[in-house]
Each structure stands twice: as structure tokens, then as C-alpha cells.
Ligand binder design. Sequence first.
Ligand code: C2E
Ligand code: MG
Ligand code: MG
Length: 495
Amino acid sequence: MKRRDIFMLSCTAALFIIAILCGAMCLSSIRHGPRPYAAAAGVCIVCAALLWFIVTARVYAAKSRRQLAAVTMIDPLTKGDNSSAFQIKLKTLTSQAPPSTYTLVFLNIKDFQLINENFGVGAGDNTLKYIHSVLKSHIKEDELVCRSEMDHFFLCLKDASEQSVTERVAEIAEAVNGGGAYTGVGSRITLRAGGYLIDNPGLKVITMQDRARAACINAPEDAACAFFGPALLERKKREGILNSIFAASLKHHDFQIYLQPKVRLSDRKLCGAEALVRWRHPEYGMIFPSNFIPLFERNGNICILDVYIFEEVCRLLRSYLDARQALIPISVNLSRSHIKKPNFLREFVEIKKKYQIPDNIIEFELTESIMLSAEHIKLVKNVIGEMHKNGFLCSLDDFGFGYSSLSLLKDLEIDVVKLDKSFFDDVLNPKAESIILGFIEIAHRLGIKVVAEGIETEDQLNSLCRLHCDAVQGYFFSKPLSIVDFEAWSRASGA
Ligand code: C2E
Ligand code: MG
Ligand code: MG
């Protein structure tokens, strides 16, 4: 209760007591003889005081109830419904409609922590408020929205078709990204979404929410919205199989390295290769990284796999050394899961020593998504220092895809930056070209080499030559190749 309310209630109580005392005095004066006016006045004062007290008490009780409801039903940040209010309203809505009328959608902002870390908690809060306002403006009558916690939102849409729900979610994601100016966050905000078609309104709301959340967690990276249903269960089953065959596959060397050439632009000669894992299973055939890397990043198997691939690369380089063949620098991808482990590099250093690989031949590719916070950047800075001390090169992979920050180039002693494929989608646009040129110039001034990834066309290649990019990697020259094919390719290209 506020101070003002306490003051008002105290005044009311004091006036009530004074009124009762006045009334009592009037009534007691009757003892000294019949005084009808005094009696009437006394009764009126007491009744008025009682009435006044009852009315005041009721007004304050109603106000307190409203305040209590606000505390328990309203999200203090967005001022919209909170989780409890949403759950109550969802139950009412769905129990009054036939099954399969509504779809429950769970939304989560990808890497929201980055927004807080890079732009401050204020910008994070503004982003959440802004997203809530966009969601609210996109729902219709008889539909619901709430922020349930942190950066999680729920929508209840009066829509039963997966296609139309996906379209609406994509529309919302598009609208959210018109909002850089409102949120103070210049970079693209990615929404991850999972839906559950409420086919059984008798379920507990919490179960419905779990289903929408599960669909979101297991959604493929590129899906605008994934749905709970047989496909998801099938995927989970597939992932279960992949997990169960992982150990045996390692043992049987079902994981193989494929090499994708990197071509120097000054003389169009092979200047290196990236090692990319391929899983060739005798029963399930070729399995691509997108089908198992995210899964293994979630369950930690990726650390085992990365060490395995690294050792395969060392073995290959050793065979070239033994055959007195020229070595080409090879880069290997290093998942962000390693970075959290203290001394993780020791294992790689031991393997490098075991195969007696010369310094500066192997490069580690780190994705910029490793750099979640200032703390992570510090950690990565130390890791890069250790890599250099132990004779490894280091590159920043997929730069420009997410929340890239030029200051990363200043903070980290990297040797190479790999510009993401998305940079070159619009390469004929003079503005896009100017941005790439500016970036290449900055990197060169900092002594960092630039490799352009995902180069597929002659136009892209010509533009990158004009912009003095150091090297390119992409289907224009070659897809990732098995070792035998890579060796044939490099012989044929005269590298
Ligand atoms: P990445 O490291 O950015 O690798 C480049 C990906 O782009 C590769 O996909 C490659 O095949 C593809 N690519 C190359 N040129 C082109 C092009 O011109 N057009 C298009 N559309 N794509 C192109 P891939 O081999 O499927 O690998 C995908 C991602 O999986 C890699 O992205 C990397 O992040 C991860 N990955 C692959 N192997 C490993 C590994 O051994 N360990 C770890 N931790 N991650 C790996
Ligand atoms: Mg890479
Ligand atoms: Mg890459």
C-alpha cells in the first residue's frame, strides 16, 4: 500500500472515531431530559460515520484487489499479460472452441544474451518491449500474446494450418527487423519458433507449452517455424540413432575429411584447403554436417569429433611429408564447445607433436558466435595467444553472418578473416561493393588476410579481384572433395 493510501485511511479512521464520539455525546445528553433533536442528530451522525467507513473501506479493498491482480497478471516489462494470465485465458479460449482451432506458438530470440552483452541491458529491455508491441499488433481478436519469461514469448493464434502459421511467424520476424531504430540494436534479430496445433484442448496448458517449446528447440536452423508432431518425433528418433552409432562410427573410420580448395586471387593458385567432415555410414549412407553438427554441439560429441578430424588432418599432412610432397596449409573447424574447457588445446598440441607437423601449416577456424560476451572475448584472446605459441594459425569464420563487430578484429590477434557467403549475395550493388572494399582495407591495415567464402559466380570473383581480396573458397572453383579427388583437382589445376 502506498504512503498516500495509508495517510488517507488513517484520516478516515480518525474522523470515524470523532464522528462516533460526537454521536455518543449527543445521545448521552438525552439522560438530562428528553431532547429529540439531539437523539436524532446522534443517530444520524453515527449512521453517516458507519456508512462513510463502509464505503471508504470498499473503495480501498477494490483498489487493493486491482493492484494485486496487476502484480500477478501483468508482465512488469511489457505491461501485457504475464504467463499466468496467458495460461488462464488460453484455457478459456481453447475449451470454448472445437479442437484444432488454435495453434500455440513459442518464440525465442536467438542469442538474446548477445544483445544484452553488446548493447546493454537497457537496449535488451527495449528490444523485448518492442518485440512484444510487434507481436501485439500482429494478433487478431480472440488471439493471445504474452512474454512468459526472459526472451520467451507465446502466441495463441486462431489458425490451424501449419503453412499459414509459418507465414504469419515469418511476417512477424520481418516486422521485428524493421525495428533497429526502436530497439537501438542495429543487427538482425532472429526469432526461433515452435508451434503446437491444439488438437486436444483437454491437455494441461503447461503440456501444450512444452510441446511448442520442444518444436522450437528441435527446429532446423533455417525453419521459420517448426511444429510438434510426427515429423518432430521422427527427427528425435533419427537423432537418437545418430547418437547411438557415433562411437562405433568413430572406431570404424566412417567419419572422413573432405577438402575444399582455397584459391589465391593474385595468381589463381591453390593456397590452402578447409577440412570439412563427412559421415559415410555403411547403413545410412552419406550424412552431411548440418544433420549432426548442431546435435553434437548440444550433447558434447562435437569435441570428440573435432579432435578426430584434427588427427586425420595431421595423419594426411604426415603422409605428404613422408612422401616429400609440398604441404598446403589446411584449416580445421573448432566448435565453440571447446572454448569453455580449460587447457583444451593441450590435446591438439600433443597430436601435432606426435605427427611432427611443422608450425603455421594448420589453421583453426573459430566462428564469431563463440564471442558471446566480453568474458568470452577475453577467453578467446588467451586461446588465440596459446594457438600462436604452439605454431597454429587462427581465423575468424563466417564473419558478417551474425552480430559481427569490427572491434573483434581489433581485440583478437587473428591471422585470417573469412567473410561469410551472405556478404556476396548482392555483389553487383555498388553500395555492397563499397562495404566489402572498406572491410578488406581495414583488415589489411590490421595485417589480417581476407578469404571470401561461398563464391559461386564469375561476377563475384571479378568483384573480389578488384577489391584486392586475398583468396576465395567456393563452388566456383570446387565443392569439398574427398582426398583422392582433391589431389586430382590440384594436379589438374596445376597448383
Ligand atoms: P563452414 O566452416 O563455414 O564451411 C563452409 C560450408 O560452406 C561447407 O558446408 C561448404 O561445403 C559450404 N560451401 C562452400 N562453398 C560453398 C558455395 O560456393 N556455395 C554454398 N552454398 N556452400 C558452400 P558443410 O561442409 O556442409 O559444412 C557446414 C558447416 O559445418 C561448416 O561451415 C562448419 O561450421 C561445420 N563443420 C563442418 N565440418 C566440421 C568439423 O569437422 N568440425 C566442426 N566443429 N564443424 C564442422
Ligand atoms: Mg569453416
Ligand atoms: Mg564458414
